[in-house]
Design a protein around this ligand. Structure first.
Ligand code: ADP
Length: 308
């Protein structure tokens, strides 16, 4: 199948993770371990998910002039992701996520976006040609809002479809939402966006209709292991059930889904095929620990879909 490239405009942070027997109380120090470190950030994770499916991916983000920034460039290159638009901030450090996971698998996360929180509209403008030539643009809400706005503006100007994963939730205007082609909130984000508590197919349908009325032409609400709900204004919408797998670690499932969706749409698959692919990429990602490292390869997804 012929295929255009994907431009991802989003965050890159280094995940610094430690287990802890219990969460420290304010003022308390807990001896934890083991410690794990790896590439993270919704933008970076989604770029890796799409690239491992075989898409050509351009990453637009910002890192610091430090060791983590150098590691970022190496990681992207190892994942065959183009780094022409990975900008270097001379003042801010590369972003980090400080993650503590306790014995009950509960987590506490502090994200310091650092450099990638300072991606400017002028930075995004430098990638205009690449955006113009993209089959799909993929954006989240984990960078500066001005970068998100510029991305949507340029994509609209050049008629390029945009997937917006509205994560983490930020209040965004209807004017901005109207520039999005596919909006992919999870249950929490769909609830915060619409004020309708989304927990199942029925409530997802109500929330999707609200988002559609606000001007989003295609809404895909992800529902964890239940799969996702798709609505485009016709009929009542469709539930695409998730694939049954033995889940080990569901962090990054949404990132896998969005990367898989972008890849399949860029490849020219129909929306129902693309959602099936996104569900498969996400299901396989939850069978392994970690976020970016847990993204499956194209061969794994093909084999998995043949078996179902
Ligand atoms: P997020 O990670 O953003 O909270 P979800 O939890 O809605 O997003 O998951 C995104 C997608 O990942 C789902 O639509 C589904 O395809 C897949 N998924 C999540 N959890 C599971 C699971 N336990 N088993 C199979 N697929 C899953």
């Amino acid at each position: 199948m012929s295929q255009g490239h994907i431009t991802v405009v989003g965050s890159y942070v280094v995940d610094l993770m430690s287990r802890t027997p219990h969460m420290p109380k304010p003022g308390e120090t807990v001896l934890g371990g083991p410690f794990r470190m790896g590439p993270g950030g919704k933008g970076g994770n989604q770029a890796v998910a799409a690239s491992r499916q075989g898409s050509q991916v351009f990453m637009v983000t910002k890192v610091g002039e430090d060791q983590f920034g150098k590691d970022a460039l190496q990681n992207f290159t190892r994942e065959r992701i183009d780094t022409s638009y990975v900008f270097i901030d001379r003042e801010e450090a590369t972003g980090v996520a400080l993650i503590a996971v306790d014995d009950q698998s509960e987590n506490m996360i502090v994200v310091a976006l650092g450099a990638c929180g300072r991606l400017t509209s002028a930075d995004v403008e430098q990638a205009e040609e690449t955006i113009r030539n993209s089959a799909v643009v993929l954006v989240q809400l984990e960078t500066s809002l001005e970068a998100v706005k510029k991305t949507l503006e340029l994509a609209q100007k050049h008629g390029v479809p945009v997937i917006m994963n509205p994560a983490p939730y930020q209040k965004i205007s209807k004017e901005l939402l109207q520039k999005v082609t596919y909006l992919t909130p999870n249950e929490t984000e769909a609830s915060l966006l619409t004020g309708i508590e989304v927990t199942d197919e029925e409530s997802a349908c109500l929330a999707a209709k609200v988002l559609y009325q606000w001007g989003v032409p295609q809404v895909i609400i992800t529902l964890g292991k239940k799969g996702c709900y798709y609505y485009n204004g016709r009929n009542t919408g469709t539930l695409y059930p998730g694939f049954q797998v033995d889940a080990v670690d569901t962090t990054g499932a949404g990132d896998a889904f969005n990367g898989g969706l972008a890849h399949a749409l860029a490849e020219g698959q129909s929306i129902s095929e693309a959602i099936r692919c996104a569900n498969a990429v996400a299901a396989l990602s939850v069978t392994k620990p970690g976020t970016a490292p847990s993204m499956p390869t194209k061969a794994e997804v093909t084999r998995f879909l043949q078996q179902r």
